[in-house]
Design a protein around this ligand. Structure first.
Ligand code: T68
Length: 817
């Protein structure tokens, strides 16, 4: 095997400038004088790719020739963020780039800004996939990320003059994408529809139409590992097969219909988060990328072999199913093994069972995918047969495991009745080797509630892997000031490869001088964000206010309502003369959130927040002390600027609803204090940073359950807390809708009559903890000491640690030799 060195490039800035000139000339066809910042960006991207090319090729060779099992991370979403800075960091070219760009007469920021951020994910799930492939490469583990290259990513969010969310298409591929390499020669055929017939005693699928899956390869460079893995995103192309009959009749439009249909498959990312979408196109997408990926893995690991020995497949690669979206891959592998390679059912089952593992990311029952059997039968008739047979086998197995007939009935993968449906989470749980949740509490609740029957009978399958985030992007790139201070404090920069080393900062929290430096970093980051917000959104943010941030998808369970009601209550108190504005800690509450386009109450919440901002920010009685900012189109770039500047982070979901959360980890690592409930990974963050350094409030999971059981009446809380009543009445009376009492009626009605996630029940506790926050904030040295302890004790939340847990508990593989 080839000797590997960490990619610390030895080339000089002027050599790199020469490479940029060369790329400008031979790739873009422009002189330096003609070039725009966007040209320089493309030139730089192309140059960095060239630097990574040898490591990429060596990594692929070693993966195929070596004996280390690879990981195939199957995910419908990869929310990568911009690539240039990350690629430069991992290629060891950051300084050379900065100097070269300046020497060519360009502004470094302009060049970096020219990159358009791809939004190929909805939120935490997609970003987790991106962190995981970064860590896999950094740990030197052979891995593929497999997904879809959507033409349109998550919609671009704007606000209209009424403060309502407007969704604009995000045609990111209309710009040059210098990172993706389209490999037409390695495309795969993906079939759909048709029927299954009996031929010579065999079931044979006769598909009705097909699409061509073309791989677009992205390099995934590891940090200081010398390894470069591959993210392979599939693009749907039509086969050039015309319907000749239709064409001859001059029905041209009809003749190209299948082509249009085929290319629609990778056209758009579904902008849904945690809600069920029962769309045919979505199932087509899921099958499209899992089918192509499975065939691709066989091609990669058994090159040129007509009759490969696929009993060794689970030793070559292990597939991780990122939520239920790729679960259709299970019957697909069965089909491939039986129909295409002639294995018997039991052999195929053993291989399939060993190959797949499933990660669940939710606790909301409505987010667990269920497909109608009819639809599966229409699109994938052979797969439906296989799923039914798996279900039969499962039912028979269960009969041997338990006498509880009701339980067996509850566990059906294919439901009974008039309109049978396939429960993808159950299929994944039964067919794969392991099932994991994404935080300790979540994994426990999966076992106790969501997949209770399964954990009773298959306890060994269940495990936990707490999520993590990559310190390269979310500390080193996002927060260079803090990174430098950490390196100064620890005397080394090795912490970027071993984040547990942050613990070395614990003693420095007692060193007032160091804490003051830390406070200065935060202040500089606040000023940085203020400039960023002004430059990009023309929003004014005063760095002399506390930055209090809530960034995540807009969802009722996450309870942005709780945050805005608390703020409104303060505002109402000031207006009523019950609160002296001069005694209030100056604060800027910063929101970033997209709502699913069809999610009515979520969109109304955005409208309310925007209008609260309008009223409160402009009320002279407030004297600029309470400010609300809604940053439009929240994305990775905004996160990278906002998280390092934040002092107080909101993680206030109803206990038992947020599977993990990952921004909570990013905030703690960047020295924000968290106000949060005992939910998701908050529990583990609090345990590590210490209860004294975390603002806890609200009901526990048990209390929430008890309240559901006893009947929850939100009105009781409305009547008993005058602040809460005042806030809701203010919304209802039209203060934030120019006097119109109808605008927010549906929201108000929901709060008072349903409030499924118990925002009102937690309101008083939330207010009480805010008082503690204000008191502590008054003592800046103490506040910053606690914030520094958050940094020092959060090393556990590196995605490197998560990947190590997956390697040990699930994948049973490791770095390449
Ligand atoms: C999130 N889930 C969890 N789902 O909500 C969050 N996309 O607690 C957790 O930290 C994170 O996953 C990582 O584990 C999502 O982000 C989606 O984005 C989603 C759901 C359905 C369909 C598409």
């Amino acid at each position: 095997m080839t000797e590997l060195t960490a990619p610390k490039s030895s080339i000089t800035s002027s050599e790199f400038a020469d490479e940029l000139r060369e790329q400008l000339k031979y790739t873009q066809g422009v002189t330096v004088e003609q070039a725009t910042a966007a040209d320089v960006y493309v030139a730089a991207a192309t140059a960095v790719r060239r630097h990574l090319m040898d490591s990429w090729m060596t990594t692929q060779q070693d993966m195929i020739n070596g004996n280390t099992k690879a990981v195939g991370y199957l995910s419908a979403e990869f929310l990568m963020g911009k690539q240039l800075r990350n690629a430069l960091l991992n290629a060891g070219l950051t300084e050379q780039f900065d100097e070269a760009v300046e020497s060519l007469g360009f502004d470094v920021q302009d060049v970096v800004d020219a990159e358009y951020e791809p939004g190929l994910g909805n939120g935490g799930l997609g970003r987790l996939a991106a962190c995981f492939i970064d860590s896999l490469a950094s740990l030197g583990v052979p891995a593929f990320g497999y997904g879809i290259q959507y033409k349109y990513g998550i919609f671009r969010q704007e606000f209209d003059e009424d403060g309502k969310q407007v969704e604009r298409p995000d045609y990111w591929l209309s710009n040059e994408d210098p990172w993706g390499h389209i490999d037409y020669g390695r495309s795969q055929r993906v079939n759909f529809g048709g029927e299954v017939v009996e031929e010579n005693g065999k079931r044979v699928w006769k598909p009705a139409w097909a699409v061509r899956a073309v791989p677009v390869d992205y390099m995934v460079p590891g940090y200081a590992s010398g390894r470069v893995n591959t993210l392979r995103l599939w693009q749907a192309k039509s086969y050039d097969e015309f319907d000749l009959l239709a064409f001859n009749k001059s029905e041209y439009m009809k003749a190209v219909e299948p082509q249009v249909k085929a290319e629609n498959i990778s056209k758009i990312l579904y902008p849904e988060d945690s809600t069920e979408v029962g769309k045919e196109l979505r199932l087509e997408q899921q099958y499209f990328f899992t089918c192509a990926s499975i065939h691709d893995a066989i091609r990669v690991f058994y090159p040129g072999q007509d009759k490969p020995d696929l009993t060794t497949f689970p030793d070559k690669i292990t597939f991780q199913l990122n939520d239920t979206h790729p679960v259709i891959g299970i019957p697909e592998l069965m089909r491939v093994l039986i129909d295409e390679y002639g294995y018997d059912w039991d052999t195929a089952w053993t291989i399939t069972n060993k190959t797949f593992n499933y990660t669940c990311h939710t606790l909301l029952p409505e987010a667990l995918e269920v497909w109608s059997a009819k639809l599966i039968g229409k699109l994938l008739p052979r797969h439906l047969e296989i799923i039914k047979k798996i279900n039969e086998q499962f039912m028979a197995e269960l009969t041997g495991l338990t006498d509880d007939a009701e339980k067996i009935e509850r566990m059906r993968i294919v439901t009974d009745g008039k309109e049978p449906a396939v429960r993808m989470a159950y299929l994944a749980t039964y067919a794969g080797s392991h099932v994991n949740g994404v935080a300790e509490l979540h994994s426990q609740l999966l076992k106790d509630v969501t997949l209770r029957d399964f954990s009773d009978l298959y306890d060994k399958k269940f495990t936990n892997v707490t999520n993590g985030v990559t310190p390269r992007r979310f500390i080193k790139l996002a927060n260079p000031r803090l990174s430098n201070l950490i390196t100064e404090g620890l005397g080394t920069d090795k912490w970027l490869e071993d984040l547990d080393m942050l613990e070395g900062l614990v003693p420095l929290a007692q060193d007032d001088e160091f804490v003051k430096k830390f406070a200065q970093v935060k202040m500089d980051n606040k000023i940085g964000f203020s400039n960023f917000a002004k430059r990009n959104f023309n929003i004014d943010v005063d760095p002399n206010t506390m930055y209090n941030t809530m960034i995540k998808r807009l969802h009722e369970y996450k309870r942005q309502s709780l945050k805005i009601l608390e703020l409104i209550a303060d505002y109402a108190d000031v207006k009523a003369g019950k609160l002296d504005i001069d005694k209030v800690t100056p604060r800027t509450v910063i929101f970033g959130a997209k709502a699913a386009p069809g999610y009515y109450l979520a969109k109304m919440t955005i409208q309310l927040i925007n209008n609260v901002a309008k009223v409160v920010n402009n009320d002279p009685d407030i004297k600029g002390k309470l400010n609300v900012v809604f940053v439009p189109n929240y994305n990775i770039r905004v996160a990278q600027h906002l998280i390092p500047a934040t002092e107080l982070d909101e993680q206030i979901s109803q206990a038992g609803k947020e599977a993990s959360g990952t921004s909570n980890m990013k905030f703690a690592l960047n020295g924000a204090l968290t106000v949060g409930t005992l939910d998701g990974a908050n529990v583990e963050i609090r345990a590590r940073v210490g209860a004294d350094n975390f603002f806890l409030f609200g009901m526990t999971v048990d209390e929430v359950e008890a309240m559901y059981a006893n009947g929850y009446d939100p009105r009781k809380y409305y009547e008993s807390d005058p602040r809460l009543k005042g806030a809701i009445d203010m919304v209802a009376s039209g203060v934030f809708s120019n006097g119109d009492e109808d605008t927010y009626e549906p929201l108000v009605h929901d709060w008072l009559n349903k409030d499924w996630f118990m925002t009102l029940a937690d309101f008083t506790a939330y207010h009480d903890v805010q008082s503690q926050i204000e008191t502590l904030y008054g003592d800046q040295l103490e506040w910053n000491r606690k914030a520094l302890l958050n940094v020092a004790n959060s090393g556990y939340f590196s995605s490197d640690r998560s990947i190590e847990d997956y390697l040990e508990r699930i994948w049973k593989t490791g770095p390449m030799a």
